[in-house]
Design a protein around this ligand. Structure first.
Ligand code: GRG
Length: 293
């Protein structure tokens, strides 16, 4: 079995260091905002999305430095989404990655601005990558599509619109494909793009892999919210049930949800089998399936 846990941990360290360098202090009057951005983006997070960029970049022979910066740009967008998702107007959460949420630590207005700062900085980081102009153009377009109203923002909108209502499996799948899946697909695509690969069989396989692990990731997230350990997760649990939210756990029960996540993981692994000679992607899918946080 590929040592994915160890490699992911090592890569997370590289991401942390690079992210710190990409968010330098603002000038003294506005330094609170760079501090809040660093608070949100550093010191936690599994760094799965940057690692996916890296894994697919290896398959497309991309430049590791470009893959790292594409991954950091995506991680900034992911971090912004968590900051805004935790706000009182959204999920109103006080704990994230084992520490007080950004608005608890810095106030609501600064948390909104820190999210805005991370989102906009992400595009600057991708645009500044030292690679072919076409590669940068494609990456920026992917980031915008994935983060925007046809992607994650759209998913969050659907989530809010369906709050308190019973939703079908189809609607839940669509919602999560947008809300969580869009950034995961973007990660896999950015890896391909970093190697100058914009379409073709590997690109299509990356999309299928992303779709399957993205949904499995969300199924596991639903299970963890129901039965996970808050100390390990670093956030509160039981919110889905308390708010009457439709989840994979409420739709399928624990056994059904676990079987569904297993099947999705198998499909993901199958989709990339011809390319995944080292077994990195299969091991990652398995690690995500068995995650406890
Ligand atoms: C506010 C525009 C806007 C969007 C928010 C992604 C999202 C949309 C909200 C997050 C809510 C949530 C907990 C979704 C479940 C899946 C998910 C994205 C979990 C967090 O991702 P991890 O587990 O987090 O990769 P770490 O902390 O490891 O980076």
């Amino acid at each position: 079995m590929f040592p994915v846990k160890e490699e992911l941990a090592e890569y997370a360290g590289r991401v942390e260091k690079r992210l710190a360098g990409l968010i330098p202090d603002a000038d003294p009057e506005t330094v609170v905002i760079s501090e809040a951005m660093r608070y949100a983006a550093l010191g936690g997070g599994k760094r799965i999305r940057p690692y996916l960029v890296y894994a697919f970049s290896r398959l497309s022979s991309g430049d590791p430095a470009v893959a790292l910066d594409f991954g950091c740009a995506l991680e900034m967008i992911h971090s912004y989404s968590l900051v805004h998702d935790d706000l009182p107007a959204m999920d109103n959460d006080v704990l994230r990655r084992g520490k007080p949420t950004c608005h608890v630590a810095y106030g609501e207005a600064n948390a909104i601005l820190a999210g805005d700062g991370l989102l906009t900085r992400a595009f600057g980081v991708a645009a500044a990558c030292n690679t072919a102009a076409e590669t940068v153009r494609r990456a920026v377009a992917e980031l915008s599509d994935a983060a925007g109203y046809a992607g994650m923002v759209g998913g969050q909108t659907l989530d809010i619109a369906t709050e308190g209502k019973l939703v079908t499996k189809e609607t839940l799948t669509k919602l999560q494909r947008l809300k969580t899946g869009a950034l995961i697909r973007c990660a896999c695509r950015l890896g391909c793009i970093s190697g100058g690969l914009y379409d073709g069989e590997l690109f299509d396989a990356a999309d299928v892999y992303a779709e399957k692990i993205g949904l499995a990731f969300q199924v596991i997230d639903d299970i963890l919210d129901g039965v996970g350990d808050p100390a390990l997760l670093g956030k509160s649990v039981g919110k889905d049930e308390a708010s009457g939210k439709t989840t994979w756990l409420s739709l399928l029960g624990r056994d059904g949800a676990e079987a569904f996540a297993n099947e999705l993981t198998r499909q993901a692994t199958d989709a990339v089998k011809p390319y995944d000679k080292e077994g990195r992607l299969a091991s990652l899918a398995e690690l995500l399936l068995n995650r406890k946080k």
